[in-house]
Design a protein around this ligand. Structure first.
Ligand code: PLP
Length: 408
């Protein structure tokens, strides 16, 4: 039944393909600016010291076992996750309007949200389309397509200014049908590194309120954008404050460096009126979806995150670790821009320091990206996105000089 017409050969995932090509390259000065994972100044994966500490506490716990977690995951983890994204004093939490399920990291949370919307939102809003930014994290496209939600995009990146195309975004939302679903990156937009300002978020909320549109926040980088967990949650909290009913996908891959442990959380925030009653019903259906998809989530990463989130001193240490990561990335932005300007590389490079989070959308063309790879063994996605975490004091000048060569 699986002949070529039925199951054609699919293209390799571009990001994981890039990773494999980098690994296979034997050049000693090769540079990996592809994958969105933090690296230390020696280009090595970094286990956060606070994670190591939590790991040791767990390993020493004689009562630790490998039993199943509940369907919705580790309760102390999901509770703490609500507080982290919504704020400990969030009225939505106090009013029991928030329900949360532990998921297979951020991807699992986006998927669970997509599945829920496809099954229930579509009932009263048939053909409701989910709009995401152009460009967005490549997986959004396939996750929502797989659950049969119609997809469309709103303009986001302005290639000329290398900043936000705010007018384009607003007029697309104004032009989108009422009750459309709008996917928003909570902070540190992937792949562009460009976020709306607080005033721009207010305007986005105003338009979405007018059009009764439904927000779905994807939050994969809390603490990575500014180094401040509260600041990075501002947009989500503002929408909740404005009374929106909404969904949140939360990942701990980047901010805890727990990539492979798949620790994440999905939240539904009910409306200000009758919110707790709605949340209870929503929770019951989400439990069924979760049970049929993964039965129950993996325990270890959530236990580590939970220890850090629920202990005052570990939490403070985590915040310091986050500042180490975001601070090093900011330093690399400054260094790359500085060197490109010093070399008088044609074009403007202020966007490198103006963009935030893990990524920078450099504006390099596909041909330039290919040349960087063949001539200098520097790997990045073909859209010119650079993972800033791949830069360090040993390679930033080498990278700047190589960019300078391909641009000139
Ligand atoms: N959403 C965005 C925008 C991302 O960039 C990522 C990871 O790169 C994710 C979600 C999900 O990541 P994970 O499943 O590793 O938590």
């Amino acid at each position: 039944p699986f002949n070529e017409d039925v199951v054609p050969q699919a293209a390799e995932d571009p990001l994981f393909g890039l990773m494999a090509a980098y690994k296979a390259d034997s050049f000693d000065r090769k540079v990996d600016l592809g994958i969105g994972a933090y690296r230390d100044n020696n280009a090595k994966p970094w286990v956060l010291p606070v994670v190591k500490k939590a790991d040791n506490i767990l390993r020493d716990d004689p009562d630790l076992n490998h039993e199943y977690l509940p369907i919705a995951g580790l309760p102390e983890f999901t509770k703490a996750s609500q507080k982290l994204i919504l704020g400990a004093d969030s009225p939505a939490i106090a009013e029991n309007r928030v329900i949360s399920l532990q998921t297979i990291s951020g991807t699992g949370a986006v998927h669970l949200g997509g599945l829920f919307l496809s099954k229930f939102y579509s009932k009263t809003n048939p053909n409701a389309t989910i709009y995401f930014s152009n460009p967005t994290w490549a997986n959004h496209n396939q996750i929502f397509t797989n659950v049969h939600l119609p997809i469309d995009t709103y303009p986001y990146f302005d290639a000329k200014t290398r900043g936000l195309n705010f007018d384009g975004m607003i007029s697309a939302l104004e032009g989108a049908p009422e009750k459309s679903i709008v996917l928003l990156h909570a902070c540190a937009h992937n792949p562009t590194g460009v976020d709306p300002t607080q005033d721009q978020w207010k305007k986005i909320a105003e338009v979405m309120r007018k059009k009764s549109q439904f927000p779905f926040f994807d939050c994969a980088y809390q603490g990575f954008a500014s180094g401040d967990l509260n600041k990075d949650a501002w947009a989500v909290r503002y929408f909740v404050e404005q009374g929106f009913e909404l969904l949140i996908a939360q990942s701990y891959a980047k901010n805890f460096g727990l990539y492979g442990e798949r620790a994440g959380c999905f939240h539904y925030v009910g409306p200000a009126r009758n919110g707790s009653e709605t949340a209870k019903r929503v929770a019951s259906q989400l439990a069924i979806l979760q049970r049929s998809e993964i039965s129950n989530p993996p325990a270890y990463g959530a236990r580590i995150a939970s220890l850090c989130l629920n202990d005052v001193s570990l939490f403070a240490e985590w915040e310091a670790n986050l500042r180490t990561m975001s601070g090093r990335i900011i330093d690399m932005r400054k260094a790359l821009r500085g060197k490109l300007e010093e070399l008088k590389t044609p074009g403007t490079w202020n966007h490198i320091t103006e963009q935030i989070g893990m990524f920078s959308f450099t504006g390099l063309s596909e041909a330039q990206v290919a040349k960087l790879r063949s001539d200098a063994h520097i790997y990045m996605t073909k859209n010119g996105r650079v993972s800033m975490a791949g830069l360090n004091t040993n390679n930033v000048n080498y990278v700047a000089e190589a960019i300078n060569k391909v641009v000139k």
